[in-house]
Every structure is written in structure tokens, then in C-alpha cells.
Design a protein around this ligand. Structure first.
Ligand SMILES: [Zn+2]
Length: 343
């Protein structure tokens, strides 16, 4: 009996060893492709580079108390594109939506247009003394941010999400009266440390657009995957701001797929919820980007186009109101109302 047991555990040991080798081998292969630089569509690069799935998911699951855990769908990036599709010669090739995509409910055919202010933030932090003009412009201090939240509450604005806006535009689901949407680009760490607690304190929801490659690298100035998963678990909407934040205008189909599908699946591996919205890096896009986003299962995207008029016919061109770090509350009031009056 001890002999049997011994043989069994030896055999199991060998099996575990083989499995480990396989996993490590795959990881090395993927890493090699990532470092190889040139993104190619067939090569899993973008999709897998963003994930590192098993380790981080386990970590976040242990650390984050998921109130509403959803079943885990491990993304299968490469198989979402069929080889026959790849060989088509038409200029716009189609992707099959990722397994986690939730199809938009069939639009009811009604054209809807509604004024919904979508505010755009970057840093929520005090800009340091050596911050340049750009950094100061991008940095809304926590005090100013909280004053803006109080301003919105005092005027009866009710926070909502891009998902709710889209459900309204496409199938007429009701929105709260005086809806407002707060978006945060670039996934800066201060959005987690400064903006999120204030949102929570005042009962706001926010939509955070993260750059997944920066989270992968563990950049100090950006949110970690654990923090992103925490925001999601606490009711925040998480969208993609691409894999590495390049301009996508004029780029090849393969390159765009690498940036938008890879980042989508990287987020979904952590949040276990479909990513529905995209924020164009530097606000730059063209029709091909929109086509790829749609094919990849996105519902819509936010731009840098100033305004507040949102339309069911332009879900990939939602307008936003930029909140500048240089604004005092009077400026905020002025520009907020300016873009409501000129939507
Ligand atoms: Zn950005």
C-alpha cells in the first residue's frame, strides 16, 4: 500500500511538473511575442499581453470582497477571429464578439437625442509645484472636485452610467431626471485614492477608462489591476482607453484590434463583466476604429468633442465636457452651462 501510494504521488508529481512546464512555456512564448514589438493579429499578442490572467485574478479575488461575483469567463482572444474572416479582402473585416460580449438589445428603431452632460476628468489631485501647464490643466484638486460634486447635487443632477444612457438611446429605458455622467480617462492612481472616495461619499457613480498595458506594467502613477477590480466591485463602470494609448486614427485593422480587443479582454478577465465602452486615446479615431469597436462588442465610445447632445445615431461619438484643473467653481458653472446651452 505505501508502495502504491508512493507510485501514485510520484506519478502525480510528474503530472504537476509537466503542467507547470506547459504553463511556463506558454507564458514565455507570449512574453516573447510581446517583446517582439510588432503586433500581428494572428499572434495573440495584444489579447494575451493584457491578461496574465490566472495569477492576478486569483490575487484580486482573494483581496477584493466581490459583493456580486459573476461567473468567470476566461477570454479566448485568438479564437474569436476566424481564419476565413482573416483572409477576406474587403477593407473592413469583422470580428466575432468575444465570449463575454453582451449584445446590445436590438434598437427599437426610434431615433433618440438627449442632452446628457458627460464630464471628463483626468487627474484628481493637486498639481505639484513643478507641474507644467499641461499637468496643471489635467489636474482637478480633490477640493475642487468635491465642490463640483456638491454643485451637481445642489442642482438636482443625478449620476448615471454610459450603459444606462445607451439603454435609453437604443430601447427607451428611462434615465433619471437631470442625468449626469462622470468619466475619468487614463486610469491614474489618484482617481482611485482621491476621486473614488469622494464619489462614494456623495453617492456618485463614475466611469473609468483604463490603459491596460500600464496596469500590466504596474506603473506607479496608474491604478493596479487590484484597484481597478476594486472600483468595479464597488459599482463603478470600467471602460477601455486602449492597451498602450496610441492615436488610433489611420492605423491598420490589425493594430486597432490589438489595442481595442486586447484591452477589453484584459479588463473582463478581472471584472468578469463585459466592457461596453471605449475612450479614444487623444480623442483620435476614424471609421475603421468605429467598425472594429463595434465588431469587438463595444456598445459605444466617448470622444473629446465638446458638447452634451447624445444621439442614438452616434453612439461611438458621445460628446463630453472637459473639466480643466484651472477652473474655479465659477468657471465650472460657466462651462457646464455653456455646453448645456450649446449641446
Ligand atoms: Zn488619455
Amino acid at each position: 500500500m505505501p508502495g502504491l501510494l508512493h507510485r501514485f504521488s510520484v506519478r502525480r508529481g510528474v503530472l504537476v511538473l509537466l503542467l507547470s512546464l506547459l504553463v511556463v512555456g506558454t507564458a514565455v512564448l507570449v512574453q516573447a511575442e510581446v517583446e517582439g514589438g510588432e503586433p500581428t493579429f494572428g499572434s495573440q499578442t495584444g489579447a494575451d499581453a493584457g491578461t496574465g490572467v490566472s495569477h492576478v485574478v486569483t490575487l484580486s479575488e482573494r483581496v477584493i470582497p466581490f459583493a456580486k461575483r459573476r461567473p468567470l469567463h476566461v477570454p479566448t482572444p485568438v479564437s474569436t477571429v476566424t481564419s476565413s474572416v482573416m483572409s477576406m479582402s474587403t477593407p473592413i473585416r469583422m470580428l466575432l464578439p468575444s465570449p463575454t460580449s453582451v449584445p446590445l438589445p436590438t434598437p427599437d428603431g426610434t431615433t433618440r437625442r438627449i442632452v446628457v452632460p458627460i464630464l471628463m476628468y483626468h487627474h484628481v489631485a493637486v498639481a505639484g509645484p513643478d507641474a507644467d501647464a499641461i499637468r496643471r490643466d489635467l489636474s482637478v484638486s480633490p477640493a475642487a472636485f468635491e465642490a463640483q460634486l456638491r454643485y451637481l447635487i445642489a442642482r438636482g443632477y443625478q449620476p448615471t452610467t454610459l450603459t444606462a444612457l445607451m439603454m435609453h438611446l437604443q430601447v427607451g429605458e428611462p434615465l433619471p431626471s437631470n442625468p449626469v455622467i462622470l468619466t475619468f480617462d487614463d486610469g491614474f492612481k489618484d482617481q482611485f485614492t482621491n476621486a473614488y472616495p469622494l464619489l462614494k461619499r456623495h453617492g456618485f457613480v463614475g466611469s473609468f477608462f483604463v490603459i491596460t498595458g500600464f496596469a500590466d506594467e504596474g506603473r506607479e502613477e496608474h491604478m493596479s489591476w487590484t484597484e481597478i477590480a476594486f472600483l468595479h466591485a464597488n459599482g463603478m463602470e470600467i471602460g477601455s482607453h486602449s492597451y498602450t494609448h496610441p492615436s488610433l486614427r489611420g492605423k491598420s485593422f490589425d493594430y486597432i484590434v490589438w489595442q481595442v480587443l486586447g484591452s477589453k479582454e484584459a479588463i473582463e478577465a478581472r471584472t468578469h463583466e463585459p466592457v461596453r465602452f471605449f475612450s479614444y486615446p487623444s480623442g483620435q479615431y476614424d471609421q475603421r476604429v468605429v467598425d472594429v469597436l463595434r465588431s469587438a462588442g463595444y456598445w459605444g465610445a466617448v470622444t473629446l468633442e465638446a458638447g452634451s447632445l447624445q444621439s442614438s445615431q452616434r453612439p461611438f461619438e458621445f460628446r463630453r465636457i472637459r473639466v480643466r484643473g484651472t477652473y474655479d467653481l465659477k468657471d465650472f458653472d460657466h462651462w457646464f452651462n455653456h455646453w448645456l446651452a450649446n449641446p
